[in-house]
Design a protein around this ligand. Sequence first.
Ligand code: UDP
Length: 244
Amino acid sequence: MNHEKVSILGVDFDNKTKEVFLEKLMERVNSQQKTFVVTANPEIVMYANSDAAYMSLLKEADYIAADGIGIVKGAQILETPIVERVAGFDLLTDLLEKANQQGSRVYFLGAKEEVLQQAVQNVQKKYPAIQLVGSRNGYFDFSDSSIIEAVQATQPDMIFVALGFPKQEQWIHQYLNSASKGLLMGVGGSFDVLSGQSKRAPKIFIDLNIEWLYRLIKQPTRLKRMMVLPKFLLEVKREKKKHV
Ligand code: UDP
């Protein structure tokens, strides 16, 4: 049986292909519904399990995509398989493609100033019909609500928030409390990739589901962060045992 939602350690993933995600998200953008999208990897799931406030933020998301092969593996272990991995970066570029087709209003929030400016330039060149209504770097006082007002004033249809977790989800939640429309998605280090500053893994790594290995080779300091994956799988196995 194919479940609509797959719960992994308390996080409810949407069991959808990227195509279906995109269709649903665009329906909501076109009917101007507020939408909170999270792309969650094992690191996020483990963090949510150690931080109740962050877990309750995730409960308010409209969609949670399975970002990472670890999540797909976890779902297999629980015998509630997820149809496919939906990488945050892929969802972002597909949404930009749609925004370009429709001339949508897009806002970019996050990353360092020079990274952001380069990302904005590259996006504008590649997707000339997008209305890039504003951008702001990710180094500001997160409690300053005037920033939320300034973003809202530009009336964006889509806002991509690249602050890394948990900050991006916290900011999105605050924004949606007072907004009347907008699709918001946390995109982690994606502006660094859009700017050309950091590179996505070659296709072969992505196809073999070893993008994590490429990242580790490029940036060995990620090892500490990646050690969360075996812990995650162990926790999932424990969870499975509880239910047999
Ligand atoms: N960042 C930011 N403000 C902060 C902390 C981080 O704008 O206060 C940006 C950072 O410059 C980078 C992104 O958030 O562009 C996070 O990248 P990271 O590699 O941590 O995210 P991941 O994709 O691994 O979740």
